[in-house]
Ligand binder design. Structure first.
Ligand SMILES: Nc1ncnc2c1ncn2[C@@H]1O[C@H](COP(=O)(O)OP(=O)(O)OP(=O)(O)O)[C@@H](O)[C@H]1O
Ligand SMILES: C[C@@](O)(CCO)CC(=O)[O-]
Ligand SMILES: [Mg+2]
Length: 317
C-alpha cells in the first residue's frame, strides 16, 4: 500500500480578488489529507471516510463518467479521479487502467476555508499517478487540480491547488504562482498565526465565489485589496501587517461574505493581537489572527465567542 499526505492552506491576503487576476499571498498549513492506495480485484473503489461514502466503478467506465450526475459532496473527488486517469492515458502513455482501492481521510475541517477541496483533489491526483508508477511534476499536478476546482466550482483561482502542491509560502500574480520574495518570506516566518475554525459554513466555495462575482462594486473593492497586497510587500513590522489584515477583512465584509461570528473573531484579533481576518471563501468557516506574545486575553475572548477549533498555525513544506 502507498500513502500520500497533502497539506491544507491559509490565504493571508487576497482571497476572491485572486479569482479575477488580482494578487494573493498564501501559505501551506500542516493539517493533512491522507490517501492510501492499493491494488483491487476488479473495480476502482474510493472510500471517502469523512463522508461515509464508498464509490465503486469498473475501470472501463471511469473516463465516461458525467460529473454533473453526482451529489455536490462527491464531485471534487470523482472529477479528480476521472481527470487524472484521462491525463495519464492521453499524455503519459498509461496503457492499462488497473483496478485500485483508494481510501481518503483528512484532518482538515470540510468547507471551512482551509482548502479541504484542493487538498483532497491533489491527494487523489498524487495517489493515482503514484499507483501507476507515473511521476507528475508540480506544474502538471497543479494544472490538473486547478482544472478540477474550476470544473466543480465554475470559477476558481490556482491559489489553493498551487499552495497545497508546492508547500511553503507563495504569491499569486496575474494568475501565476511564484515563490514568495525571500525578505517577505523571512519576515512572515517570524509571525505567529492562529487559525480559528469559527463556525460551520452553510455555503460552498462555489456559491460564495459566484455571489462575489456579481457584486456591483466588485472592481473597486478588488482594486483596494490589490493595493493592500502591494503594501504587504513593503512591510517589516507585525503591527503594520496586522493592520493590513484588518483592512482586508473590512473589504471582504463589503461582499457580505463575513458573518457576525467571523467579525467578532476578527475584532478579537484586532483588540488582543496584531490583527485578524476571515480566510478562504468566507460565509462562515475560518479566520486567522496574527498573534502577540501574550495570548491569554485573546484565548479568553475566543472562548467567550464560542468557536469550533483553534490551531496554532504551522507552515507545511
Ligand atoms: N475529506 C474529504 N473527503 C471527501 N471530500 C472532501 C473532503 N474534504 C473536502 N471534500 C470536498 O470538498 C468540499 C468542500 O470544498 P469547499 O471548496 O466548499 O471548501 P474548502 O475547500 O474547505 O474551503 P475553501 O475553498 O474556502 O478553502 C466538500 O463538500 C467535499 O466535496
Ligand atoms: C475564494 C477563493 O479565492 C479562495 C478559496 O480558498 C477561491 C479561489 O481562489 O479559487
Ligand atoms: Mg475549496
Amino acid at each position: 500500500m502507498n500513502t500520500i499526505k497533502t497539506p491544507s492552506k491559509i490565504i493571508l491576503f487576497g482571497e476572491h480578488a485572486v479569482v479575477d487576476g488580482y494578487p494573493a499571498i498564501s501559505m501551506a498549513l500542516d493539517l493533512k489529507t491522507t490517501g492510501e492506495i492499493e491494488e483491487n480485484f476488479d473495480t476502482i473503489s474510493i472510500d471517502l471516510v469523512d463522508l461515509n461514502e464508498i464509490f465503486e466503478i469498473t475501470p472501463e467506465l471511469i473516463k465516461n463518467l458525467e460529473i454533473s450526475n453526482f451529489s455536490p459532496a462527491l464531485k471534487y473527488v470523482i472529477c479528480a479521479v476521472k481527470s487524472v486517469i484521462f491525463y495519464l492515458s492521453e499524455f503519459k502513455n498509461l496503457k492499462e487502467i488497473k483496478p485500485f482501492k483508494l481510501k481518503l481521510y483528512s484532518e482538515i475541517p470540510l468547507s471551512c476555508g482551509l482548502g479541504s477541496s484542493a487538498s483532497v483533489v491533489v491527494t487523489v491526483i498524487r495517489s493515482i499517478s503514484n499507483f501507476y508508477g507515473i511521476e507528475l511534476d508540480n506544474d502538471e499536478t497543479i494544472n490538473l487540480a486547478y482544472s478540477v476546482e474550476k470544473e466543480v466550482q465554475g470559477r476558481a483561482s490556482v491559489t489553493d491547488t498551487a499552495t497545497i502542491s508546492l508547500g511553503g509560502m507563495i504569491e499569486i500574480i496575474n494568475g501565476k504562482y511564484k515563490p514568495m520574495p525571500k525578505d517577505l518570506e523571512e519576515f512572515i516566518k517570524t509571525c505567529k498565526f492562529l487559525v480559528v475554525n469559527v463556525e460551520e459554513r452553510t455555503r460552498k466555495t462555489a456559491e460564495l465565489v459566484h455571489d462575489v462575482s456579481k457584486h456591483p462594486e466588485k472592481e473597486q473593492i478588488f482594486e483596494e485589496i490589490g493595493k493592500i497586497i502591494q503594501n504587504v510587500r513593503q512591510v517589516t513590522d507585525k503591527a503594520e501587517l496586522g493592520k493590513l489584515m484588518n483592512e482586508n477583512h473590512e473589504l471582504l465584509k463589503k461582499f457580505g461574505i463575513s458573518t457576525e461570528k467571523l467579525d467578532l473573531v476578527a475584532k478579537a484579533g484586532q483588540k488582543y493581537a496584531y490583527g485578524g481576518k476571515l480566510t478562504g471563501a468566507g460565509g462562515g468557516g475560518s479566520a486567522i489572527i496574527l498573534l502577540k506574545e501574550d495570548r491569554e486575553e485573546l484565548l479568553k475572548e475566543l472562548k467567550k465567542i464560542g468557536v469550533i477549533g483553534i490551531y496554532e498555525c504551522k507552515m507545511a513544506n
